[in-house]
Design a protein around this ligand. Structure first.
Ligand code: URA
Length: 212
């Protein structure tokens, strides 16, 4: 496994919340809250290398030089629909981030991802792109998303934020895209015959939106 750009968060708060999230007895309300909180905790680390610029401000006591984020834009790209559950947590820390959306469904016969929606910020190519997808399973939809971002829009700085990733998918996608960084809260061993992550947490979209 190419691990240099794969970051698994072992922070106790993150591990605790992931355990609650995995539990089948956690209901929709708590599940939603946990996804939001996890996204917020994770983005703190995902953005730790953002560029700062020096500025001068005046405190009530004196003038001082200090640092603020540079003008480089940040674009969040939730993959519909489960990625939407992570947006509020991230925007609570990055209130000026733009939000683009990519919608993909799995073709019932070929099982390949098919794009049905794509609306991205105009200057996405120059921005730091944070892709939000709670479950990194086979990597099919993430590969299609990377393809759209890199080849159609020319994005260079792409960061994937996933709550749970599965080793087989991660190995394949990260080998093909060595420049992309993956941040996750857990790296599970395998997928079952329906391409669900084992042990995983079930269907993230259904659990966020209460559709099952
Ligand atoms: N999508 C999910 O929601 N869960 C999985 O385990 C795999 C893909």
């Amino acid at each position: 496994m190419q691990t240099e750009n794969v970051f698994v968060f072992d922070h106790p708060l993150i591990q605790h919340k992931i355990s609650l999230l995995r539990d089948k007895n956690t209901g929709t309300k708590d599940f939603r809250t946990l996804v939001k909180e996890l996204a917020m905790l994770m983005v703190y680390e995902v953005t730790k290398d953002l560029e700062l610029v020096e500025t001068e401000i005046e405190t009530p006591i004196a003038k001082t030089k200090t640092k603020v984020l540079s003008d480089k834009k940040i674009s969040l790209v939730p993959i519909l629909r489960a990625g939407l559950g992570m947006v509020d947590g991230v925007t609570s820390l990055l209130p000026n981030a733009r939000v683009g959306h990519i919608g993909l469904y799995r073709h019932p016969e070929t099982h390949e991802p098919v794009e049905y929606y794509c609306k991205l910020p105009a200057d996405v190519a120059e921005s730091t792109v944070i892709v939000l997808e709670p479950m990194f399973a086979t990597g099919g939809s993430l590969t299609a998303t990377i393809d759209i971002l890199e080849n159609r829009y020319g994005c260079k700085d792409i960061r994937l934020v996933c709550l749970i990733a599965a080793k087989p998918g991660v190995e394949r996608v990260m080998k093909d895209h060595p420049n992309i960084k993956l941040y996750c809260a857990a790296l599970d061993e395998k997928l079952n015959e329906h391409a669900y992550i084992v042990p995983g947490l079930g269907d993230a979209g259904d659990r966020i939106f209460g559709t099952k």
